[in-house]
Write a protein that binds this ligand. Structure first.
Ligand code: MSP
Length: 505
């Protein structure tokens, strides 16, 4: 029986169209999900949309649309994006769905039963853009005397009745939990930020807003809507039908990893485990908080007008080129940069030149010189043995990297072999060799291509499958367990005429 693995992305706000930052997150999570499936795990990969709150309500109003009509439209775009980017999510949750309402109400009930919810008066700041409450000491006065949040967004003063969650009660439990689970938040630097925040003292938090009609109502007092973050975080268990104690929940919870951006670490690493402690539900095993994708070093924002449309990017460069750029250009966890120049150069150098040339040169020769069949290997020399051994060592090396979510180092390891194989091919000059030796060199190169194509499936999904098709590898022999000698390339199998897989941009 295979092991279960549950991975999620953050759910995106539906107050605007998807941008490249959203694409980055879902592509990274997809690469991990695909990697785990190929490694034999039973994977549940969840993404979706966060559709309530003032931000969305105001946006719908500005367009003169009913909120439901508006979010239906935007959520569809996010769903379409996952398909467009070849993401393999098993489900797509929307916070306006019935199953989600049910779970949010059940979670609220649990917190209430545990004595962790009480009614009081909230006086403080609220930022609609951040959908977050702030204390006085977190607010900054801008040059033109506007009060702004730590994220640079305007805040408004609120004085209203509100439900509170006893977050303060969980301060010590959280500290203890972080001590015992040092990898709960990765990268490690973010763990320090979170620990400092919790150690500096936790206050109870407001978990409802009054007179907001676009939200999940508090059942026992419908003047109040449940705070959009309590609502949104619940998505991770709603999609598993936690409230029904379903088989899905029993198999997949606790989640192995919530992939999120660094701006929302506090909600996931402090609030979410505290809610779960209160409800008596296990906490997720890890929060991975990735960096931000910057446009030529600048934060992308609609007001600056430098947001990038991922649909356009795919049209311009191709889906694998975009996936490859986003996953290989920046260590996962750090901020990354984007510009047309960067993606063009990166893709041309690594995909068209390195991998594209290797596969084209080798497969063309195989097609023309081996009677359109996979080559027959002869006796190996030292160069052949060295390259083959390195290739078979790739999977054990990569599995460790990927288990630490070092996606970019994983790709580097694969491309080290690509560059070794290019060197080998150029030095061996198979086109000049006698037939026996030529077949052996071609076989060795095809074997390298077989293994690296299997390893690249989580990253460049379409191109890797095309490469495997052109080597006539069976669909049932494309998992990581096939990356070794026991499943080596069969000789004499008919292949089709090779096509260029990575056109230059
Ligand atoms: N709705 C909340 C998340 C709730 S999860 C229970 C939210 N939505 S968001 O649309 O603003 O962001 C969705 C995800 O995209 C977040 O993880 C966020 O960090 C990420 N990104 C938003 N802009 C980004 C970049 N420019 N670069 C990389 N990721 C970015 O937050």
């Amino acid at each position: 029986m295979s092991e279960y693995f549950y991975i999620s992305t953050a759910i995106s706000y539906t107050n605007g169209s998807p941008h490249i930052g959203h694409a980055y997150e879902v592509i990274a999570a997809d690469a991990i999900a695909r990697f785990k499936r190929l490694d034999g795990y039973n994977v549940f990969f969840l993404t979706g949309t966060d559709e309530h709150g003032l931000k969305v309500q105001q946006k719908a109003k500005s367009l003169d649309l009913e909120p439901q009509v508006y979010v239906d439209k935007v959520s569809k775009e996010f769903r379409r994006l996952t398909k467009y980017l070849n993401c393999s999510n098993n489900d797509f949750i929307r916070t306006t769905e019935k199953r989600h309402f049910r779970n949010v109400h059940s979670l609220w009930k649990k917190l209430l039963e545990n004595g962790d919810i009480y009614l009081d008066q909230y006086s403080g700041w609220y930022s609609i853009v951040d959908e977050a409450f702030y204390n006085d000491d977190e607010i900054i006065k801008s040059e033109n005397n506007v009060m702004i949040s730590p994220n640079g967004n305007t805040v408004e003063w609120i004085n209203e009745q509100s439900y509170f969650f006893r977050l303060s009660k969980y301060q010590n439990k959280l500290i203890d939990f972080y001590e015992k689970n040092e990898d709960f938040i990765l990268p490690k630097s973010r763990m320090n930020e979170i620990k400092n925040f919790v150690e500096s003292g936790l206050k109870d938090i407001s978990i409802s807003r009054k007179n907001i009609n676009w939200g999940i109502p508090v059942e026992e007092n419908t003047e109040h809507s449940i705070y959009v973050w309590l609502d949104a975080l619940t998505n991770y268990i709603s999609a598993l039908d936690w409230d029904k104690n379903s088989e899905l929940f029993q198999n997949f919870w606790p989640a192995n990893i919530h992939v999120i951006g660094k701006d929302i670490s506090r909600f996931h690493a402090v609030f979410w485990p505290a809610f779960l402690f209160s409800a008596g539900i296990d906490t997720p095993k890890m929060i991975f908080s990735h960096g931000f994708l910057l446009n030529k070093g600048e934060k992308m924002s609609k007001s600056i007008g430098n947001t990038v449309d991922p649909f356009e990017m795919v049209k311009m460069y191709g889906v694998d080129q975009l996936r490859f750029y986003l996953l290989s250009s920046t260590p996962f966890g750090k901020d990354g940069n984007y510009s047309h120049e960067l993606i063009k150069n990166h893709s041309n150098a690594m995909l068209s030149n390195d991998l594209g040339n290797l596969s084209q040169r080798c497969l063309k020769l195989v097609y023309t010189k081996c009677e359109e069949r996979t080559p027959i290997k002869g006796i190996f020399n030292k160069e052949d043995i060295d390259l083959i051994n390195k290739t078979y060592d790739l999977y054990p090396k990569c599995v460790n990297l990927m288990n630490d979510y070092q996606i970019h180092s994983y790709i580097n390891e694969v491309f080290n072999i690509v560059s070794d194989a290019n060197k080998y091919f150029s030095e061996q000059k198979p086109w000049k060799l006698d037939l026996d030796r030529m077949y052996t060199v071609l076989w060795v190169t095809c074997e390298v291509l077989r293994v690296i194509s299997i390893m690249l499936q989580p990253i460049i999904t379409e191109s890797a499958s095309k490469l495997l098709d052109s080597l006539a590898i069976n669909l049932s022999e494309r998992s990581f367990k096939n990356c070794n000698k026991n499943y080596e390339l069969k000789s004499g199998v008919k292949i089709t005429e090779p096509e260029a897989i990575f056109p230059r941009i």
